[in-house]
Design a binder for this molecule. Sequence first.
Ligand code: FES
Length: 145
Amino acid sequence: MSFAFTQENLTKISELKTRYPSQEALCLPCLWMAQYQDGYISIDAIDEISKQINLAPMEIYSVATFYSMFNLEPQDKLKVQVCKTLSCKLCGSDEILKHLGSKDVKIQHVECLGSCSTAPVMQIDDVYYENLTTKKVDEILEELK
Ligand code: FES
C-alpha cells in the first residue's frame, strides 16, 4: 500500500520548512500528519517522510518507535494508554488496568504522561482522561463507542 501526503499536508510541510532550523526537525510534525491522515504510520509513510525531509527512513523509524503515541500498524481496537508510573500507581492505576482488562480495548502501559497531579491518567488518541475511577472509565468507553 502506497502513501502520499494530501495536498493540504504538503502545503503545511512546505510552510514548516521555513520555520524550523532544519528539515530533519520536521520529523515529529510529519509523523503526526501521517498518523492523522491514515490512523497509523506505515513503512510507506516513513519512506514518504524521508523524501520530504531528507532524513534516512531508519532514523524516522527510530523516532516513531521511541514514542508511545505513534501507531505503527492499523488499529482494530481502541488503543488505551495507561500510565504506570509512580503517581498513577499510588492513585490506583492497577485497578484501572485490571478493569480495562475486561474490556474490548488494546491496552498499552506507558510511562508518565506528565499529568501526575490528576492521577490516575490514561490517554486515548491525543486526549487525556484524568482522576480516573472504574466508573469514569466505563463512562468514557461508552461515550467513545
Ligand atoms: S505518574 Fe502518571 S501522569 Fe505522571
